[in-house]
Design a protein around this ligand. Structure first.
Ligand code: FES
Length: 74
């Protein structure tokens, strides 16, 4: 989420990156292996909200290489 915001790309959030709202969830189109493993908070949100496997909670994921993501609102 921070990497996108630093690049001027808006990311939905109502919790400010505290892993509560799940509004920052993005679909990973490519390069998912270049994201850090899910944090315990992300794993909790993923289970609670039944998030699809091809998504990540962007405020909890660190970018380690090239990644292509999409959001429904872009
Ligand atoms: S910004 Fe709320 S969970 Fe990521």
């Amino acid at each position: 989420m921070n990497a996108l915001q630093d690049a001027g790309v808006p990311v939905a959030s109502s919790c400010g990156g505290e892993a509560v709202c799940a509004k920052c969830v993005l679909k990973v189109l490519a390069g998912g292996e270049n994201l850090s493993p899910p944090t315990p908070d992300e794993l909790f949100l993923r289970e609670k909200d039944n998030l699809p496997a091809d998504t990540r909670v962007s405020c909890q994921a660190r970018v380690l290489g090239d990644v292509t993501v999409d959001a429904r609102y872009w």
